[in-house]
Ligand binder design. Structure first.
Ligand code: PEP
Ligand code: MN
Length: 352
């Protein structure tokens, strides 16, 4: 249920209404708009509650929400959520680009890639220290040492960092080292992990399960929000369809749909969404045109020898720099700023 105040309702009156709601054993989430405030009400309300609320002075209307997710829904929170991390805003009018390898491999590898991400104008360094692999014999990531390598590279080159966390036990150590925690597609419904992420304040990038509906995806986000962590971004990373030419099918429609249903920032991952290097740039552009708040893109200095199989979808550094140059021109046409602090380096100079 949501209660919408009239445009004359004072802050003091809103606080009184919130107390009234809490006295009835319910939770109130206040979302201030330009001239009206939406109060989202969570909990099991008595049947007469909606009518009683409607009678309170300062309330204009009361609407019942039938969706199973509440805090993630735009009904509860009409304005876009903007997550600010060390001066980078995610979900506002700024386009955010996260770039880096699938996996952290060595201090030299992540340092060099961080330098190139920064040089091209990216704001966030991506890289997995713990890798969720389909087969148990595949490279599983370098572990905790990888977290340290990444944190050091991020600090040195002035980039935020994002890394995947796979189990509740590793949430705290990952949060100590990274600015954003990624939940991978295979873990979208790992409810113990989601609950644990709800107990911290570190921003979370939640990837859509490769067979998840929008409703299931938003309910997964709701677990984190309901636990008390409001800093959640949604990531479309491709779903499984009958098509085998691409690794997954990047569901571009998800971007405007999620923006419509939810106030949370939406990030697109064309690397895993297509699995093919040559498709990453066009699908990055299409994602920005569809309204994405940011992109997460795999880039590697030596993709042919990368330690995961994701080299085939990783951009070469020159391609990454070229993409960001194009995005700088495209972003304003799509209502975004792309404030890069790029420090261009000559093409080809990245060769190790
Ligand atoms: C990744 O980002 O490298 C990754 C494993 O992603 P996903 O969970 O989307 O497959
Ligand atoms: Mn990958």
């Amino acid at each position: 249920m949501i209660a919408i105040t009239s445009n004359k309702t004072t802050d003091e009156r809103i606080s009184e209404i919130v107390l009234w709601i809490e006295r009835h054993g319910l939770q109130a989430h206040v979302s201030k708009g330009e001239d009206r405030t939406v109060i989202g009400i969570i909990g099991k309300a008595e049947p007469q509650m909606a009518e009683q609320l409607r009678q309170l002075s300062g309330i204009e209307s009361v609407v019942k929400i039938s969706k199973s997710y509440k805090l993630a829904s735009r009904d509860f929170h009409p304005n876009d959520t903007v997550i600010s991390i060390k001066g980078v805003d995610i979900g506002g009018d700024q386009l955010v680009v996260m770039g880096g390898p699938c996996a952290v491999e060595s201090p030299q590898q992540i340092d060099e890639i961080a330098r190139l991400v920064k040089a091209a104008g990216g704001q966030v360094l991506r890289g997995g220290a713990f890798k969720p692999r389909t087969g148990p014999y595949s490279f599983q990531g370098v572990g905790v040492e990888g977290l340290e390598m990444m944190a050091e590279a991020g600090r040195k080159h002035g980039l935020l960092t994002i890394t995947e966390v796979m189990t509740p036990e590793y949430v705290d150590i990952c949060a100590e080292h990274a600015d954003i925690l990624q939940v991978g597609t295979r873990n979208m419904q790992n409810f113990d992990l989601l609950r644990k992420l709800g107990q911290i304040q570190t921003p979370v990038l939640l990837k859509r399960g490769f067979s998840a509906t929008y409703d299931e995806f938003l309910n997964a986000a709701e677990y984190i929000l309901a636990g008390g962590n409001p800093n959640v971004m949604l990531c479309e990373r491709g779903i499984r369809t009958f098509e085998t030419y691409t690794r997954n099918t990047l569901d571009l429609t998800a971007i405007p749909v999620l923006k419509q249903l939810s106030h949370l920032p939406v990030i697109s991952d064309p690397s895993h969404g297509t699995g093919r290097r040559e498709l990453v740039e066009p699908m990055c552009k299409a994602s920005v045109a569809a309204g994405a708040d940011g992109l997460i893109v795999e880039m590697h200095t030596d993709p042919d020898n990368s330690m995961t199989g994701d080299g085939v979808q990783s951009l070469f550094p020159d391609q990454f720099a070229n993409l960001l140059e194009h995005l700088e021109r495209l972003a304003p046409l799509c209502g975004k700023r792309f404030d890069t602090q790029k420090q261009p380096i000559p093409a080809g100079s990245w060769k190790l």
